[in-house]
Design a protein around this ligand. Structure first.
Ligand code: ADP
Ligand code: MG
Length: 702
């Protein structure tokens, strides 16, 4: 899904040394076996590895006294083991509990499925235990803490340890070692930004910034380094955007259309009336398609506002006029969902669509058939992922491209299509509620249509923000909803244990839920690292009601539409940005039944609760996004990432709003002064962009 693949730094010295596009197999210490693990993370080349930035850092501060502990904090305590650990077995879990004490108090530790620990945790032994502090009644408790001998811990103290997103078998230390090993044999590109820009943006040079992000000396310097990497992402994105704007605004309409009976018939046949906003936007789109200029439009509308139907109408108009239309989604799951929904509509309303699906998990043979149907014009609606604009796809008469929930990709797509000699109308659908000032920067090349209201008859979602002690009640609530025929989502931050410290993961959580819920309730899980075909299967099963409770990472945040689901429960809600939580909430309340959202926070601190309470008081995405922005300070290194629609690798349009604005000014000034980058001081930059562009779209993920 990442666009990437650009050689970050070119090797000045030629052969022998490692290049950005060298395979990771060439890195000392990475063999076939670990290479497979890196592949699982989507890392193939040295450049991929260098750009695989940590998700955060862990600091090993001096152990705290037990009387100083605060619930919701991750910290270390040094304690003496008080008793022989007690062991309890449930169907799937072995639970080991042990108490420890220091001179100020005592607390309990709980370990799951680690019976062998009885050998290490013997009464009288002293360790440093590090983990998330929770409370059970009046007592403190840590689940699955890591533990060290006091000497071991002493050695770690004061260090800022990067935490990467991991997969089983690959540790943070292994990744650090690989990066270090690359560093020795790697020759970096010279700094390509002119001094002026470095100064104006307040950022360091590229090479030291990259080193610092993997091997930070201290928090402040890591924040400074991060700023450079974020700047680079924004800078090349906005540069491209502005260039496209000049190149693609006001091009004549090469695919003129007229209104036909099909769309009118479809609107009349729908089981609901279009909202005022949908009607208005549909009219704006129609005028574009009929008008003198090629359409370049964004439809912005809150989750659940009904953007899909507007996209279908535009595609239907294209088909009725003898053109082909393409609908691109950011994930296979979403593409398949759109495809299924089109098939259903064709059956119900006899639409003039001849659709074809094109996604990565299809077999070579299936793809070949799809290519042929597209090339011959037999298919007039193509639905899929990025695969749709791949070189292999030859269109017969492409008239319209709709991009759903991935604006960032839309920017390059226009160019890629133009290079193929295609000049279709472009429609971008977005649910990310961006404040106006940012919208002007990010959507500067598009005309904007907004759907303001939700369809009538929707009950507002009921929300609650609670701490972990509420879980038993929440499970009971979910069980009750399932008993009435409804379905539920449960979101956890990580896929499997150990990717991030101390947060819930879908695999273990699904197991936990199976134990906690009455038998007969079908629990399944879904996450981004699963094979696309497996993801599709799970989603289809959920949509078909073969699954009652779906435990998932945020892969389901975009676009998924299962109106029968009425509960959304989010674990570790404090780890998500408000805009993202709002997107997740948007997965329920899509039908007429009352829906509920339960945000479980593991951190009771006042600031966290204040932030999460905003969700409680509003169901309006724009309001939430702007409040979230107000509560954030710039330079928040451990900041929470927001919605993935803009899919920057490290930058975040919300958290880094200030830098985004500044970058936009810098790009504008640069283009004014030297639009072709031909001044000598801009030469390195021109070369840098050329290299980036040569590798702009990476199709490996398809
Ligand atoms: P989003 O804007 O988040 O993409 P969707 O297009 O998926 O939202 O629509 C959400 C749900 O609302 C779908 O089940 C869709 O059929 C339904 N819907 C769309 N428009 C209307 C309407 N005008 N009245 C009632 N339901 C609608
Ligand atoms: Mg949608």
């Amino acid at each position: 899904m990442q666009d990437a693949g650009a050689p970050l730094f070119l090797n000045k010295w030629g052969d022998g040394l490692i290049q950005s596009d060298s395979s990771l197999l060439q890195v000392k210490g990475i063999g076939e076996k670990s290479y497979k693990l890196y592949q699982k993370l989507g890392l193939y080349t040295v450049g991929d590895l260098l750009r695989y930035y940590p998700k955060g850092y862990e600091r090993f501060d001096a152990p705290k006294k037990m009387q100083e502990l605060v619930s919701g904090e991750t910290c270390a305590v040094q304690g003496r083991v008080l008793n022989v650990p007690s062991m309890r077995k449930t169907n799937h879990l072995t639970i080991l509990t042990v108490n420890i004490k220091d001179d100020t108090g005592s607390m309990a530790l709980v370990f799951f499925n680690m019976p062998f620990l009885t050998k290490l945790l013997k009464p009288g032994m002293i360790y440093v235990f590090r983990g998330l502090i929770q409370t059970r009644g009046p007592a403190f408790l840590m689940e699955q803490p890591k533990f060290y001998s006091p000497e071991e811990y002493q050695k770690l103290s004061g260090i800022l340890m990067p935490k990467y997103s991991l997969t089983k078998g690959l540790t943070n230390q292994a990744i650090q070692k690989a990066v270090k090993s690359v560093w020795k044999d790697y020759a970096f590109e010279e700094e390509y930004l002119p001094k002026e820009i470095l100064q104006r943006a307040g950022i360091p040079e590229a090479e030291p910034a990259l080193y610092e992000i993997h091997f930070p000396q201290e928090e402040e310097s890591a924040i400074f380094a991060r700023r450079r990497l974020v700047f680079d992402e924004f800078f090349s994105f906005l540069f491209q955007l502005r260039k496209n704007k000049d190149q693609f605004s006001e091009i004549p309409n090469e695919c003129p259309m007229i209104e036909t009976a099909d769309t009118v018939r479809y609107v009349d046949a729908l089981p609901f009336r279009l909202t005022k906003g949908q009607k208005q936007v549909w009219q704006e789109i129609r005028e574009d398609l009929e008008g003198p200029l090629c359409m370049n439009r964004l439809v912005q509308g809150d989750v659940g506002s009904g953007k899909t139907i507007v996209a279908f109408l535009a595609l239907l108009m294209a088909a009725a006029n003898g053109y082909q239309g393409a609908l691109m989604a950011p994930t296979e799951v979403l593409a398949v969902q759109h495809y299924e929904s089109v098939l259903k509509d064709i059956k119900n309303y006899h639409l003039c669509f001849k659709p074809v699906l094109l996604v990565g998990s299809m077999t070579a043979k299936e793809k070949k058939t799809a290519y042929e149907q597209i090339a011959s014009g037999e298919a007039n609606l193509v639905i899929g992922t990025h695969a749709l604009i791949q070189e292999k796809v030859v269109y017969h008469k492409l008239g319209l491209v709709v991009t759903d929930e991935q604006h960032r990709f839309g920017v390059r797509q226009r160019e890629t299509l133009a290079e193929k000699g295609l000049q279709p109308h472009v429609l971008v659908m977005s649910a990310t509620p961006i404040p106006r000032t940012l919208a002007i920067i990010l959507y500067g090349d598009l005309k904007i249509s907004v759907i303001r209201e939700l369809p009538v008859g929707r009950l507002p979602i009921k929300n609650c923000v609670v701490n972990t002690s509420f879980r038993p009640k929440a499970y009971k609530f979910i069980a009750d909803q399932v008993a009435t025929g409804r379905q539920a989502y449960v979101i956890c931050p990580q896929v499997e244990e150990g990717e991030l410290d101390d947060t819930e993961n879908v695999i273990d959580y699904a197991e936990k839920l199976r134990n906690a819920l009455p038998p007969g309730i079908v629990v399944a899980y879904l996450h981004g690292k699963m094979k696309p075909a497996d993801k599709n299967r799970i989603m289809e099963d959920f949509a078909a009601k073969n699954i009652d409770v779906l435990v998932s990472t945020t892969v389901i945040e975009v676009g998924i539409n299962v109106p029968n689901a009425t509960v959304m429960m989010v674990e570790n809600a404090e780890r998500f940005g408000l805009a993202q939580l709002h997107q997740l909430r948007g997965r329920v309340g899509r039908g007429e039944a009352q829906s509920y959202c339960i945000f479980i926070s593991t951190n009771d601190s006042k600031d966290t609760m204040k932030r999460l309470q905003i969700l409680n008081t509003s169901n309006d995405g724009f309001y939430i996004a702007s409040e979230d922005l107000k509560l954030r300070g710039p330079g928040d290194l451990f900041g929470i990432r927001q919605s993935g629609e803009f899919a920057f690798r490290i930058g975040d349009v919300f958290t880094d709003a200030e830098l985004l604005t500044l970058t936009s000014e810098i790009v504008d000034e640069l283009l004014k002064k030297d639009p072709t980058l031909s001044l000598p001081e801009h030469r390195p930059l021109l070369e840098h962009f050329a290299r980036e562009n040569a590798n702009a779209v990476d199709f490996r993920s398809i």
